[in-house]
Write a new protein. Structure first.
Length: 90
């Protein structure tokens, strides 16, 4: 009976040690994955901020160009009018 009790205690101790080892491994993996997730979140946030900046600056450039188009068209028309004016009248 004592022998069987001793075997069971050894088995329990062995199982507890394996469980602790497995738990330590899982905790290490969890920490690693949490760190990776934080890194990826920061990267996504950084890329999102850059994309927002790019989109805003493109939108700004489009607005500037759209306001310049009529001016350029009027200048082009004026140049065309000037070029049609006879040279000898100058």
């Amino acid at each position: 009976m004592k022998e069987r009790l001793s075997e069971q205690q050894e088995l329990i101790a062995d199982l507890e040690a394996r469980l602790k080892e497995r738990n330590d491994t899982l905790q290490h993996d969890k920490h690693k994955y949490v760190s990776e997730i934080k890194h990826l979140r920061n990267e996504v946030s950084s890329r999102t901020e850059r994309m927002v900046y790019i989109v805003q600056s493109k939108y700004f450039h489009i607005r500037i160009v759209s306001k310049l188009v009529p001016v350029v068209q009027r200048l082009d028309s004026a140049v065309h009018q000037i070029n049609r004016y006879p040279v000898d009248k100058c």
